[in-house]
Design a protein around this ligand. Structure first.
Ligand code: BES
Ligand code: MN
Ligand code: ZN
Length: 522
C-alpha cells in the first residue's frame, strides 16, 4: 500500500520573486487586468503572459493555469505558473487556498517537487493597482495559513491500493513569499498541520469497509493519538454493554465485527476553566442499510459513512499538536450496519443509555442511533459544548447539494460561532431550522419516538432526533452527507474524500477564548 499523503516542508520567506530559487514559481493573477498590470511578471517571461491574455489562451479565470519559461536572466527560477484568481473584488482567503491547491496539483502532475508561491506581488514588482488592492485584502498570517493548507491538501493520493500505475510526484518543498512573511511562521505551521490532519481524515474515509473495520479504526485512532499528548480510551463491546448503550449495540447486532467507542481527550494545563468542547462523530465503517437494505447502485460509497468520526479524531490530533489552550474531546461510536441473522429488525425497540426508548422503523437510519448514545456519553464525560458531525441523511444532499454542510442546533449564538469557524476553514455551512413542530413526524405509538420521520424534512427530523440526547448543552449538528465526498474532479479538489469538518473544528477550538465568554444557555 502506498502512502496517501505527504506533508511538504513549508518555509516562509521575505525574498522577492526574482530571488526565489525553486523549480516553479506560482503567481495568482486576476482576470481583466488594468493596463500595465503584471508588467514585471510579463517582462520576466518575455511577454508570454500578455500574449496569452491577448490570444485568449489564459485570461486569469478562476483556477485556469498557464506555465511559461522565465527568460529574464536575473531571476533565479526558470519557470512560472500563473493561476487564475478571478475578479479582484471576489478575492478571499478561501479562493487563495484553492488557488494554492490547484497549483500544487498541477505541479505534482508534472513531477515538480519544489515550488515557491507568491500570494501577492510586493511593492516595486507590481505595476498594477488592482492586483495589490485585491491581495492586500488578505492579512499576511491568513495568507500564510491558507496557502500552507492549500498546498498540503494538494499532496494527497487517492490511489492507495494501486500497484501498477505511475503516481504523480509529491511536493517536497514549498516556499511562501510574503513581504512581511517571517512574522507569519506560526500561521504557516498551523496551516501545515491543518492540511496534514485534513489529509489524514481523507485517508480514513477512503479506506474500504474491509480494511477499516471498527476495531481497525479504533487502533488507527490510538496510533494517531500517540505522541500528540492526547489520551485515548477505547471501549470494547463489553464496556459498551455495561453502559447500556442499546442504540449503538442495536446497530452493531447485525455485524460479525464488534463495535468500539473511542474517546480522545486533549487536557492542557493552561486550559480555559469550565469549558470542555466535545466533538461527536458518526463512525459507521460501512452502511449497508441493515435489514432495510440499500440498493446496490453506489452502495460502495457507504465506506465513507465514518467521515464525521474521522473528522472528530483528526481535529483532536491537530488540536493536540497545536496545544490549543482549551479542553477538547472526540467521542466516536464505531460499528458496521449489516443485515446479519441477529440484526435489528424494523419494528424493534431499542433502549438508549440515557433511558429513552426508540422504535426502529428503518434500520438504515442507524447514524442517529449510534450518535444518540455517543452524545449522552460525551455529556457524562463532562462536555460543556457539543458539536456532532455525521454523513447522516441523503435528504441533506437534496437540500444543499454537494458543496454546503447543513448546520443545525441551539442556541443560535452557538450555531453562529460554528458557522464562522467553518467560514474561516473554507468548509461551507448553512443554517437549517429545528422547529419543534417537526417532532410530530417521528412520533411512535409504542416507544418514546421512532428513528425516522419519512421523506419530508428528512435532515431536520434526523437532527431533532439527535437533539433528544443533548440535554441542556449548546449543541450543533453538522450533516456532511453531501460534503464528505466529492463526485467529480475539480481543479482544486480531486474526486474522493474531502476531509470536511477537520479545519472547522480546529478553527472553533482556536477561537475558544471568544465563545467561552458567551451566554449559550438554551
Ligand atoms: N449514511 C446514510 C446517509 C447518506 C446517504 C450519506 C447518501 C451520504 C450519501 C444514512 O445512514 C442513511 O442511510 N440515511 C437514510 C435515513 C432514512 C432511512 C430515514 C437516508 O438518508 O435515506
Ligand atoms: Mn443508513
Ligand atoms: Zn449511514
Amino acid at each position: 500500500m502506498r502512502s496517501a499523503y505527504k506533508t511538504p516542508d513549508i518555509a516562509l520567506t521575505a525574498r522577492r520573486p526574482d530571488e526565489l530559487d525553486a523549480d516553479l514559481l506560482v503567481f495568482p493573477v486576476f482576470e481583466a487586468p488594468s493596463p500595465g498590470e503584471d508588467a514585471a511578471l510579463d517582462e520576466a517571461c518575455g511577454g508570454a503572459l500578455s500574449r496569452a491574455r491577448a490570444s485568449g489562451e489564459f485570461k486569469g479565470k478562476l483556477f485556469d493555469t498557464f506555465i511559461a519559461p522565465i527568460t529574464a536572466p536575473a531571476w533565479k527560477t526558470r519557470r512560472a505558473m500563473f493561476v487564475g484568481a478571478g475578479r479582484p473584488a471576489d478575492w478571499t482567503p478561501d479562493r487563495l487556498r484553492r488557488v494554492a491547491t490547484t497549483a500544487g496539483l498541477q505541479a505534482r502532475q508534472r513531477h515538480i517537487t519544489r515550488i515557491a508561491f507568491v500570494p501577492g506581488l510586493p511593492d516595486g514588482l507590481s505595476a498594477g493597482a488592482s492586483a495589490k488592492a485585491g491581495a492586500s485584502k488578505i492579512p499576511t498570517p491568513v495568507a500564510a495559513q491558507v496557502v500552507a493548507e492549500g498546498v498540503c491538501v494538494a499532496n494527497f493520493d487517492g490511489g492507495a491500493y494501486k500497484t501498477n500505475d505511475d503516481p504523480w510526484g509529491w511536493l517536497e518543498q514549498v516556499e511562501i513569499s510574503l513581504p512581511d512573511g517571517l512574522k507569519a511562521q506560526a500561521a504557516a505551521e498551523r496551516g501545515r498541520l491543518l492540511g496534514e490532519y485534513t489529509n489524514h481524515a481523507r485517508s480514513f474515509s477512503n479506506e474500504p469497509g474491509n480494511t477499516l473495520t471498527p476495531r481497525v479504526f479504533a487502533e488507527r485512532a490510538e496510533a494517531l493519538a500517540s505522541g500528540t499528548g492526547l489520551s485515548i480510551d477505547v471501549l470494547d463491546e463489553q464496556r459498551i454493554a455495561a453502559l447500556n448503550m442499546g442504540l449503538l449495540l442495536g446497530v452493531a447486532r447485525g455485524s460479525q465485527e464488534p463495535p468500539r467507542l473511542v474517546v480522545l481527550r486533549h487536557d492542557p494545563p493552561n486550559a480555559i476553566p469550565g469549558v470542555v468542547l466535545a466533538f461527536v462523530g458518526k463512525g459507521i465503517t460501512f452502511d449497508t442499510g441493515g435489514i432495510s437494505i440499500k440498493p446496490a447502485q453506489d452502495m460502495d460509497r457507504m465506506k465513507d459513512d465514518m467521515s464525521g468520526g474521522a473528522a472528530a479524531i483528526c481535529a483532536l490530533g491537530a488540536i493536540g499538536r497545536l496545544n490549543v489552550p482549551v479542553r477538547c474531546m472526540a467521542v466516536v461510536p464505531m460499528t458496521e450496519n449489516m443485515p446479519g441473522g441477529r440484526a435489528m429488525k424494523p419494528g424493534d425497540i431499542l433502549k438508549s443509555a440515557e433511558g429513552k426508548t426508540v422504535e426502529v422503523l428503518n434500520t438504515d437510519a442507524e447514524g442517529r442511533l449510534v450518535l444518540g448514545d455517543a452524545l449522552w456519553y460525551a455529556r457524562q464525560l463532562g462536555a460543556t459544548h457539543l458539536v456532532d458531525l455525521a454523513t447522516l441523511t441523503g435528504a441533506m444532499v437534496v437540500a444543499l447539494g454537494k458543496t454546503t454542510t447543513g448546520l443545525f442546533g441551539t442556541p443560535a449564538a452557538w450555531m453562529e460561532q460554528v458557522q464562522r469557524a467553518s467560514d474561516r476553514a473554507g468548509d461551507r455551512s448553512w443554517p437549517m431550522p429545528t422547529f419543534d413542530d417537526y417532532k410530530d413526524l417521528f412520533k411512535s405509538e409504542i416507544a418514546d419516538f421512532s428513528n425516522t420521520g419519512g421523506r419530508p424534512a428528512g435532515s431536520i427530523t434526523a437532527a431533532l432526533f439527535l437533539k433528544e440526547f443533548t440535554g441542556e448543552l449548546p449543541w450543533v449538528h453538522l450533516d456532511i452527507a453531501g460534503t464528505a465526498w466529492n463526485e467529480d474532479t475539480k481543479p482544486y479538489q480531486p474526486k474522493g474524500a474531502t476531509g470536511v469538518g477537520v479545519r472547522t473544528l480546529v478553527e472553533l477550538a482556536l477561537d475558544a477564548e471568544t465563545w467561552s465568554k458567551l451566554d449559550l444557555r438554551r
